[in-house]
Design a protein around this ligand. Structure first.
Ligand code: BGC
Length: 417
């Protein structure tokens, strides 16, 4: 493993060298932004840093949700050679902070007043023991559905607002001869769909099940019903869904081969990259029955303990760039997410982005903003992985019914917490 990463590092440095760019200091950045839309957003960050004299050594580890990236990270840290900055989600950040592996960003955070502008829900993961340990880039949310506009028009033209309406639209799309649901069968994608399904059964239910990890809720009749809904959704995917990457599922919707995809708003980045326009080519809606509520995840750059003053300086400069309101707008417009600070104007965002910003603000003040289980913001990794296992088994027909899946979920979570 390690030698592979060293090779990547050396190659990255050589490329920077051959391009004739000489930077005072480089940052080596581990991330999983490898799809077309993600790479476009990453470029906004790279270019912004480059204008500040900070070079970029790329360490991409493909795989949505970041599981593979986190495995690669562990190998690097164990070898005593952590990357400078690492894309990370929720509880993983706190985990590394607890192990004393992260640097302290207080100086730049205090100078720039991050406390006042970064929403509390994010600060919970950007700070440890009162100190800033990560710079939030964005706020994504998982309870979205991306629908091909022409396919929706052919299916009656009305975006579904409830479970029953959703099923009716999926049935019409099937009758119209397209794959109703574009899905990639990977545990994190199954779990992303399940975030929306669970939330569609109510805010209290989501909170008790996924935030409080209440056993009676995890095993009860509502959870059984949530699993039955998930199992029903599987019947709308095509036969080749297993193992498919999420961006290929997005492409099916973009090309009109499939009707819709249930996916976080990074999917919008793919639509935009393909030149598609919200309202004209595609429609963005909250998972039916979840309007008013948001399951969020925030990509943050955690800065690892590194030695050398100029490396630390580069980390601080990177953190400062990331938090600048101008960057927050430019990056998130491309990424599909919304800003990680509350004072960024929505002017440059498209209608889905504007809706995302408004939904987030409303959910935040209404108490209906929850961390995404699928993307590491509801529970620590051990619990998340236990949920992944059961959800994936359920999606793939491994249980006789939803009730059996709910029982397994309660057991798996109890064993993991
Ligand atoms: C990240 C997004 C990313 C998506 C798919 C999520 O966990 O928060 O930034 O685009 O995974 O790779």
């Amino acid at each position: 493993m390690r030698s592979l990463f060293k090779t990547m590092l050396i190659t990255g440095t050589m490329l920077a060298g051959t391009a004739g760019i000489s930077h005072a200091t480089d940052v080596e950045v581990l991330h999983w932004w490898t799809s077309g839309g993600e790479a476009a957003a990453l470029n906004v960050l790279k270019e912004d840093l480059s204008t500040k004299g900070i070079g970029w050594v790329d360490m991409p580890v493909a795989g949505g949700g970041g599981e593979a990236a986190m495995t690669a990270l562990r190998a690097r840290v164990t070898a005593g050679d952590p990357p400078t900055a690492v894309q990370m989600l929720g509880f993983d950040i706190l985990d590394w902070a607890e192990q004393g592996a992260l640097g302290n960003l207080d100086e730049v955070a205090t100078a720039e007043g991050w406390d006042k502008v970064v929403p509390e829900a994010l600060q919970k993961f950007s700070k440890y023991d009162g100190h800033w340990i990560a710079a939030p880039v964005n706020v994504h949310s998982t309870n979205w559905v991306w629908i091909n506009k022409a396919a929706l028009d052919a299916a009656g033209g009305k975006a579904p607002e409830s479970w029953d309406e959703l099923v009716a639209v999926l049935d019409k799309m099937k009758a119209n001869g397209i794959t109703p649901l574009a899905h990639g069968g990977q545990p994190w994608q199954d779990a992303t769909v399940f975030d929306g399904v669970v939330l569609s059964k109510g805010n209290d239910f989501y909170k008790k099940a996924f935030i409080d990890l209440d056993e009676a809720t995890l095993t009860g009749p509502d959870m059984a019903d949530a699993f039955d809904r998930l199992i029903k959704l599987r019947s709308y995917a095509d036969d080749n869904f297993s193992g498919r990457d999420w961006n290929l599922a997005s492409a099916m919707v973009i090309e009109g081969k499939a009707g819709m995809q249930m996916m976080g708003d990074w999917a919008k980045g793919e639509f935009l990259k393909a030149g598609k326009k919200p309202g004209e080519d595609f429609v963005c809606i909250r998972f039916p029955g979840t309007q008013g509520s948001v399951t969020f995840n925030s990509d943050q750059f955690a800065m690892f303990n590194v030695s050398g003053d100029d490396k630390i300086k580069a980390q601080m400069a990177m953190a400062s760039s990331i938090e600048s309101p101008k960057f927050q707008s430019a990056f998130n417009v491309v990424k599909g997410s919304v800003p990680a600070r509350t004072d960024v104007p929505n002017t440059d965002f498209d209608d889905c982005g504007k809706k995302g910003m408004q939904d987030l603000a409303e959910a935040s003040s209404a108490g209906s903003l929850f961390g995404s289980m699928a993307h590491g913001h509801a529970a620590p990794a051990a619990v998340k992985n236990a949920v992944y296992d059961v959800v994936t088994k359920a999606f793939n027909g491994g249980f006789k019914d939803g009730a059996e899946a709910a029982k397994a979920l309660g057991e798996a979570v109890a064993a993991a917490k």
